[in-house]
Write a new protein. Structure first.
Length: 574
């Protein structure tokens, strides 16, 4: 209990200091979409259908938002999962003799690894953190002698269940990442326990996945959307999207249609549905991809430059820190040094190969690439808390001198550049958040003036990560000055269809033309493609009238400017 109390106190202090000093914004737009769904921003009613998160969490959030929409419950739920996971991990790390040293190491880990996750929360990395906590708790419970520790096993399963409910796909990623570590932990006397624990985790996943599927498939609308979203993910998040234009004729699409499909532009049901059309399109793209040989050297360079070797990014910086932590862990491990060194080398090589294989056959998101060095650091802290600190008594004086001299050099190498990287990340992210806050504060009045009588306009959002769109993070309740038509993976969902019905936007594309209350937020470089889309499908010559330059309202730093447009027929066609 004392270790838990220390962990609770330390994390409470660290989290409090962070939120006093810094602020957060979502790393990816996906979390904002789920927040807006749960909040009821799109339809006016809180919803539990978060798509990527279990319906039980969705029901909890829907209940909380029905009580009060003045609080960002989705963000608070992510922070609660991260806080409890870190508290469980720190409690485990203190099980050795040198608790004070572990607390110092944990604070260093918090500075270099967790500040990024706190300032840029993302449900995939937070789910991974919960899963690692569950894995370590299960190991502690199953490896206890002479009998298992039931409470730790129970808590381990609870954290594994939490990981699955937050993001089920992380279950497989963590299982793959942890294989070398589990082999190092495995012994003859606990092999049966390991197998039993693994089977129990698989059954737990099956139960949670099955219950979620049953809940979504109660209605045909959500069942069809799940199938559509799965097929779309296999196209957009893999190299199949590069064969979209080649596959377009198989379903009667033009090159413009295929390009707009993979980029989430104009989710027109008349063009991109029914599901049978998407199925044929995907199968054709798969055949074209299979017939085209893949260049392994170029893919290898592309993968490593975007993940492990991206020194200027969060993953590259964390990889450097993971290497330094691994070397330090081996140096202080005493008679376990050889075993740990071999395991860590195997783990690094294994994670590189697994990541590369996933990259070849599927989309490898930056969130999972960040999780790989994070897992290595957590494994080192886990080992350190178990046995490394008491093993130096038999070392000779010169061995201790070499060890602590090397640790001092590693500490200098670690602290100096990593502190500068962390400072730069915080400064850049804080500046980006200031832009979002600025957009949120400055955009309200111009948008309110778009329509007379204080009416809310309907804004159709299109991709490229507009700051206006991301600034919805700061809206309290449903006080945004506009209604919004969702895009991205929400396209063709029941929520999307309901929004179209509420604002009389059926048929979708044609209803946008000459509507005084409808505005399009889009990048300038897509105007010609949208014009082509209207001409190819409806024979309509349309023009875009700019009514508001959103880029001028503090949307700085964007490659392509965003503006609000209204869509009109050319005069000679009216």
């Amino acid at each position: 209990m004392r270790s838990f109390a220390y962990a609770l106190l330390i994390n409470s202090v660290l989290f409090t200091l962070f939120f006093i000093t810094f602020n957060s914004h979502y790393e990816l737009i996906d979390d904002l979409f789920m927040q807006l769904i749960a909040q009821g921003f799109y339809t006016g009613e809180p919803s539990e259908y978060l798509v990527y998160t279990h319906f039980l969490i969705g029901l909890m959030l829907r209940w909380l938002y029905s009580i009060s929409v003045q609080y960002n419950w989705y963000f608070l739920y992510l922070m609660a999962v991260q806080f409890t996971s870190l508290t469980a991990l720190l409690t485990l790390f203190q099980r050795g003799r040198n608790k004070k040293a572990l607390l110092v190491l944990y604070c260093v880990f918090f500075l270099f690894a967790q500040l990024h996750m706190l300032q840029n929360p993302q449900f995939t990395t937070i789910a991974f953190l919960a899963g690692v906590a569950g894995l370590f708790l299960l190991l502690e419970g199953l490896c206890a002698t002479p009998s298992v520790h039931k409470f730790k096993i129970l808590m381990g399963f609870l954290f594994i269940a939490l990981m699955i409910m937050v993001r089920k796909d992380v279950f497989f990623a963590l299982g793959l990442f942890a294989i070398p570590f589990l082999v190092e932990r495995m012994q003859k006397n606990n092999l049966r326990r390991f197998i039993g624990g693994a089977l129990a985790c698989i059954l737990l996943y099956a139960a949670l996945w099955g219950s979620n599927q049953c809940y979504y498939k109660r209605t045909s609308e959500w069942a069809n959307f799940l199938e559509y979203n799965t097929m779309y993910g296999k196209i957009e998040t893999t190299r199949l999207k590069y064969y979209a234009i080649q596959a377009a004729p198989s379903v009667g699409w033009s090159a413009t249609d295929a390009l707009m499909f993979v980029e989430f532009y104009f989710p027109e049901p008349e063009v991109y549905l029914p599901l049978s059309k998407i199925r044929i399109f995907m199968e054709t793209a798969q055949k074209n991809a299979a017939a085209t040989p893949l260049s392994l050297p170029s893919a290898f360079v592309s993968y490593f430059s975007a993940t492990w070797l991206d020194v200027g990014g969060a993953t590259g910086a964390l990889t450097i820190f993971a290497i330094l932590v691994s070397v330090a862990c081996v140096l202080v491990s005493g008679h376990h040094r050889r075993r740990l060194a071999i395991t860590l080398c195997v783990l690094f090589v294994y994670l590189c190969l697994v990541g590369f294989l996933v990259y070849l056959h599927a989309h490898f998101p930056p969130r999972l690439s960040y999780c790989m060095p994070l897992f290595i650091i957590l494994v080192c802290l886990y080992w350190t808390g178990e046995f490394v600190w008491g093993a130096g008594g038999t070392e000779k004086i010169y061995q201790r001198f070499i060890k602590w001299g090397a640790l001092t050099i590693i500490g200098a190498l670690c602290v100096s550049p990593m502190f500068l990287m962390a400072k730069r990340f915080l400064r850049v992210n804080a500046g980006y958040r200031d832009d979002l806050v600025g957009v949120h504060k400055t955009i309200a009045d111009p948008i309110k003036k778009l329509l007379p009588g204080g009416e809310k306009p309907v804004i159709v959002l299109f991709p490229n990560g507009s700051n206006l769109e991301r600034s919805l993070f700061f809206c309290k309740g449903n006080d945004a000055p506009f209604y919004c038509v969702p895009w991205s993976w929400l396209a063709h969902s029941p929520i999307f269809q309901k929004v179209l019905e509420q604002h009389h936007l059926l048929p979708f594309s044609r209803s946008l033309v000459d509507r005084p209350d409808v505005f399009l937020l889009m990048a300038d470089n897509w105007i010609e493609r949208v014009k082509t889309f209207y001409l190819e499908h409806y024979g309509m010559h349309v023009r875009f009238d700019r009514v508001l330059n959103a880029t001028a309202l503090k949307e700085s730093g964007r490659k392509n400017g965003h503006s609000l447009y209204q869509l009109h027929l050319e005069k000679n066609e009216q």
